[in-house]
Design a protein around this ligand. Structure first.
Ligand code: OOG
Ligand code: NI
Length: 480
């Protein structure tokens, strides 16, 4: 019998259950991740106490409550079928593919998207995201090895029969009941679990590892083990400093923009992947490095114009950077140099807004709320006047996505590779390489079985909606 619609829980609730189940599983699998969570919670508490303005901004934006549940994770899969099924699995939790990231130009043979919630209410409840990469087997040069990898992948099923059944049920019924949701989470978790046993012999693992460590990581195991989880910190520089003291081998560089008064986009660092013992099919014992812990600090989402400036400055700082081996040694030098180049990026939210470089959420202030119904539509002041009169507030809209250059840096650091010269996506790429990238996106979307949502369109819509709601409320047309 099909339960009535009212018996179903929300997709937000299922995502919330899943996100905490994943965190619990990963803390058991990688105890150092538990220490990282503790460190981040301490830093966040200290930062909120030190910066009341930040605490207020998070409160106004409804982000204070989500801070403790906030995290992202990452997985890597090998086939179109696996990716397409993941899309269905994540849809049960209200997570949809947003953004396309082509990492092949940075020497990482994958392209990726992030499954995440897309609307305000869902993001406020729990913004859990999974950065999901699809291996590009076409980038394996040796045809025999490529054929072998393809054959191994064709034989595995990364989903339990139970999760397949519950996904189908969700699609038929239009929802899941609480007991079904709990069963779904338990079954889904199996896909992301770590397996200390490989599905190949040691020689095959070594051959694939030689072609690229990422290929071995994707192809040689029963499933796409979650390779990291990432809590959100409010002060990444402080957290990075504390990591070694807490027994974590921190990545050399913090990826992304430098420290600023007004944070933009995303800054990330990690503790390096652990070397773990693996039993191979032929009984031999070897080691594999895949799993790490990461932290991130999120800032304001940039418009296309702001993003172009970010990409151009990042490229510029790369050009003037010392040799990679020197940079690796010194995060402070790297940050100093970035800071100099980024003086060209305005560091004031008012200026960022007026220049159209970043997105904002508009809300009526307490004065605006008292002024409800005061203005007939004909005399309504414009946006700038409402802001100047203190009737309307503009708070920075948080960036919910990822950065391809940073992602490539995280991949490389955890695969033990050195960072290559990186392209600057979307800025000064030659038209031909843009064509290639859009062809790759089309291929990715074919594998996924759906179009990727454009993150810029989501931010623009969030901003537009918030302004529209504020105006309607000011006109007394809607209750607040
Ligand atoms: C994903 C690396 C990218 C991020 O935060 O940019 C990523 C991976 O290593 O699979 O998670
Ligand atoms: Ni990550």
């Amino acid at each position: 019998m099909i339960p009535p619609k009212t018996a179903y829980v929300t997709t937000d609730h299922i995502r919330d259950l899943f996100s905490s189940a994943m965190s619990a599983m990963y803390q058991t699998e990688v105890p150092l991740y538990g220490s990282l969570l503790k460190l981040v919670a301490e830093v966040n508490q200290a930062t909120l106490a030190k910066l009341p303005a930040l605490a207020e901004q998070l409160k106004v934006n409804g982000e204070l409550a989500r801070l403790n549940v906030e995290r992202h994770g990452a997985i890597r899969v090998g086939t179109a079928d696996e990716l397409a099924m993941l899309r269905n699995l994540f849809a049960v939790m209200g997570m949809y593919p947003v953004g396309y990231y082509d990492l092949s130009a940075a020497g990482v043979p994958v392209h990726s998207t992030a499954f995440r919630p897309t609307d305000n209410a869902a993001l406020a409840r729990n913004p859990f995201r999974i950065f999901t990469s699809l291996l590009r087997l076409d980038l394996i040069a040796n045809p025999q090895l490529r054929a072998q990898a393809t054959a191994i992948l064709a034989k595995r099923d990364i989903f339990t029969p139970g999760v397949r059944e519950l996904i189908a049920r969700f699609e038929q019924q239009g929802g899941l009941t609480e007991p079904q949701a709990r069963e779904f989470v338990a079954e889904a978790l199996e896909t992301f679990r770590w397996h200390p046993t490989a599905i190949v012999d040691l020689a095959t693992y070594q051959a694939l590892q030689q072609a690229h460590p990422l290929i071995a990581d994707v192809v040689c195991f029963r499933g796409p083990h979650i390779n990291h989880l990432t809590p959100r910190t409010l002060d990444i520089d402080e957290a990075q400093l504390r990591m070694p003291k807490a027994g974590m081998a921190a990545k050399a560089l913090i990826e992304g923009p430098p420290q600023r008064r007004c944070p933009i986009l995303l800054r990330q660092t990690s503790f390096k992947a652990l070397e773990e013992s693996i039993r191979f099919m032929d009984g031999q014992i070897g080691a594999h490095t895949a799993r790490f812990g990461e932290i991130e600090q999120r800032g304001v989402a940039l418009t296309a114009k702001g993003r172009a400036l970010y990409d151009a400055l990042l490229a510029k700082s790369g050009e003037s950077a010392p040799a990679p081996s020197d940079v690796q040694l010194d995060n402070q030098a790297h940050q100093r140099q970035l800071t100099v180049v980024f003086t060209a990026f305005p560091d004031d939210f008012g200026v960022l807004r007026q220049l159209g470089l970043a997105f904002f959420i508009y809300q009526l202030t307490p004065a605006g709320l008292t002024a409800r119904g005061r203005y007939p539509i004909a005399t309504l002041p414009d946006k700038e006047a409402l802001l100047a009169q203190g009737l309307l507030s503009a708070t920075p809209l948080t960036y919910e996505d990822f950065l391809p250059v940073s992602a490539a840096g995280i991949f490389q650091s955890n695969l033990g590779l050195t960072k290559r010269a990186e392209p600057s996506p979307g800025s000064h790429a030659a038209p031909s390489s843009q064509d290639v990238s859009s062809q790759c996106q089309t291929q990715f979307e074919q594998a996924l079985g759906a179009c990727i949502i454009d993150p810029l369109a989501l931010y623009a819509e969030q901003e537009r909606q918030s302004y529209e709601l504020a105006i309607q409320a000011l006109l007394g047309r809607i209750p607040i």
